[in-house]
Design a protein around this ligand. Structure first.
Ligand code: SF4
Length: 408
């Protein structure tokens, strides 16, 4: 497959991905802060139910349930928790027939698209596709005869399912391991392209690909190789990354590096923790790179002897009280005037600690009024909720105006 979409700078002798949104020349002229620009790799778009992955679609955040899939109430409850946290897509394992048949009830009781995770049993893929799965995670090279691949493709096509090829460094094909000696980026890319060819041979191209490893270097190099080798959308993940803290840091380094390089269309942070934490971590990674915004982004200082109010406790309380908000809002909570006014200028709402319990509140970057310690958190929560109401009302007006324009 050709190296589609990459540009080559004759001056700097480096290759780079063109910007995905708007013509590149326009982007460079209009960009106020070019050091923040990320040039997304050009990928084709596939659908996972009603969620587009690839092309100019927002980078989606997904997770996976940890319940027994055939325990429908438990699985549905976990999917609802993931939906509430902002998950765009949720994957469930289908290790047995009871699980793939449970897909129907699960899909009927949830709103996010559900991906069925299949390993070697192609019949589970057929059952999951017939029972409402929006996507099948399956490696066609693992399911045996060509006729089985054909059947799976037919079931996917008949049910409007896309697929994900998921190569994992820990389960590479024996012939590749013998040839390359150990799991390496080249072997992972070759494995992914071999699986892809089996689908292409059946005229099926509605799939995305992942090449995951628990080793950040290996995974990142494999994704770079794959991004150069094809234009399929890429599902990013550092597999078996570890527990909440270590796994989040590891994923942020791996996924952050790839996303910054413009690679990646959907992400899953893989943690040995409550899957809701995977969604939180995924959004924080995207928010840090300005690739997606959701909920309240808090800029806060670590605090020190200069703090005029207890910053750490205040931020903990605000994080809890504002967790229900999905509208993007920025909030700065700074302990004193050293850096407070500067941060407040860049956020929707800012508070800077002042002497004698007089803390200065900034709205839209401008000093507005003072508050004291009493009712501090309640006051900030009210300000944020008012800002959200204002933004939502503006959005509704914009939507109505757009509807009128498109009707004319
Ligand atoms: S903003 Fe003030 S309180 Fe916060 S860390 Fe900096 S100097 Fe300390």
């Amino acid at each position: 497959m050709p190296d589609i979409g990459k540009h080559w700078c004759l001056l700097c002798k480096i290759s780079f991905w063109p910007r995905n949104v708007g013509p590149e020349s326009e982007a460079s002229i209009m960009s106020l802060r070019p050091y923040r620009d990320i040039y997304r790799r050009t990928s084709r778009k596939v659908q996972v139910g009603n969620v587009a992955v690839g092309g100019d679609a927002p980078i989606s955040v997904q997770s996976m349930t940890t319940t027994l899939t055939h325990d429908v109430p438990a699985t549905v409850a976990q999917i609802h928790a993931l939906e509430a946290a902002g998950a765009d897509i949720v994957r469930v394992s289908c290790p047995d027939e009871a699980s793939s048949l449970a897909m129907r009830q699960i899909v009927d009781q949830t709103t996010v698209p559900i991906i069925a995770d299949i390993h070697f049993h192609y019949k589970r893929a057929l059952e999951a596709a017939d029972n409402g799965a929006a996507c099948l995670r399956i490696n066609p090279g693992n399911i045996g005869a060509e006729s089985r691949v054909r059947e799976v493709v037919q079931a996917a096509r008949a049910n409007g399912c896309s697929m994900r090829i998921g190569v994992n460094a820990g389960s590479l094909e024996r012939d590749l391991l013998e040839r390359y000696g150990e799991p390496c980026p080249e072997a992972m890319v070759e494995s992914a392209l071999n699986h892809a060819r089996l689908l292409e041979d059946n005229n099926f191209e509605d799939f995305k690909i992942s090449v995951k490893a628990s080793d950040v270097f290996l995974s990142v190099a494999a994704y770079h190789g794959l991004a150069d080798a094809c234009d399929y959308p890429l599902h990013l993940g550092i597999t078996e990354a570890g527990g909440l803290r270590g796994g989040t840091v590891k994923s942020a380094i791996g996924l952050g590096s790839l996303l910054w390089a413009g690679i990646g269309d959907t992400i899953r942070v893989s943690l040995s923790a409550d899957p809701v934490e995977e969604i939180h971590a995924g959004f924080e990674i995207l928010k840090s790179l300005g690739l997606r915004h959701r909920g309240v982004s808090i800029v806060s200082c670590p605090s020190c002897a200069r703090q005029a109010f207890p910053v750490i406790k205040t931020v903990e309380a605000l994080e809890q009280r504002l967790a229900h908000i999905s509208t993007p809002v920025t909030l700065s909570i700074m302990g004193c005037v050293v850096n407070g006014p500067g941060e407040a200028r860049e956020t929707d709402i800012g508070v800077t600690g002042g002497g004698k319990g007089n803390h200065l509140v900034y709205l839209r970057g401008v000093a507005d009024h003072k508050i004291n310690d009493e009712g501090f958190v309640d006051h900030v929560v009210k300000l944020v909720e008012a800002k959200v109401a204002e933004l939502e009302a503006g959005k509704q007006l914009d939507d109505r105006a757009a509807a009128v324009v498109s009707a004319e």
